[in-house]
Design a protein around this ligand. Sequence first.
Ligand SMILES: Nc1nc2c(ncn2[C@@H]2O[C@H](COP(=O)(O)OP(=O)(O)OP(=O)(O)O)[C@@H](O)[C@H]2O)c(=O)[nH]1
Ligand SMILES: [Mg+2]
Length: 314
Amino acid sequence: MEEQNNKKGFIERLKSGLAKTRKLLLTDVDDIILGSKEIGQALFDELEEALIAADVGPAFTGELIESLKGKVKRKELGSPEILRKALRETMREILRRNEAPLRIPSDRIYTIMVIGVNGTGKTTTIGKLARILKGEGHGVTLVAADTFRAAAIEQLDAWAKRAAVPLIRQAANADPAAVVFDALRAAKTGRPGVVIIDTAGRLHTKVNLMEELKKMKRIMARELPGAPHEVLLVLDATTGQNAIAQARMFRDEIGVTGLILTKLDGTSKGGVVVRIAQELDIPLRYIGVGEQPDDLRPFRADEFVEALFTPNER
Ligand SMILES: Nc1nc2c(ncn2[C@@H]2O[C@H](COP(=O)(O)OP(=O)(O)OP(=O)(O)O)[C@@H](O)[C@H]2O)c(=O)[nH]1
Ligand SMILES: [Mg+2]
């Protein structure tokens, strides 16, 4: 019951967060579809414009229109209402490709390295994730490997206290690889659990940052075969197309096994979720819709489509 209320609350928050994207997809697209008597090229052109305005990207828009045209040819699209349903279903289908929730084994050490450019929400997201995973029964340890900013360690410390989980830290300006080394040594002598590593988003140069992250990864793999088990890239939804470029860069330089998309609340660029599913072959693990501890949820294609297309209850 609580889980259900929780889910409902989240979908409501997601819906209000996505208000601007919803307007385009729910209201504007409906106007186009329902206002048109015939399903023809003019309708597809208008639809295409609305979709691109919703920031779902040209690739998705193209794929959707093609699939709709195919349905027309096969006479599966008799009325505008059916076309509207097809829009939802196609989006759901595409989003499902990137739906792959994180599955964490409970009988061994599982390490998660969290990376991303500065300000995307890494530290905040780790705090929320600690709470979620602890709630699922995992032992959780946080690791402050962003030693570049002194305040970063204190920020993570506050989240660790809030979630009542231990934090492994060293002095500011310590070598992040040394902090990670300590953390894995400690983890190996303790009980199985999840070790989540916070990293810097900015160093003096981008090259420095990439080299530091690579070094951390190497140290981890040497200390614990298979580590890091998950490299989570945190992306800020409000940066739209830029988020895609960041994902490509981190994927090619470091290797990324999962994505977290933050700040979906209040952006008009909510369609970037579709774009990510379309243009990147990386699972979207979680989405963030606010700054509160409960504002992070595993990404579910169905929930997302529901939040985008279900009209508000009156
Ligand atoms: N509205 C909103 N704000 C968020 C969300 N996630 C994070 N934030 C905010 O984004 C800001 C930056 O978050 P941090 O967690 O400090 O980001 P970071 O990636 O760790 O930043 P650096 O450590 O500087 O690289 C904070 O003010 C967060 O509260 C979200 O889903 N929605
Ligand atoms: Mg941080």
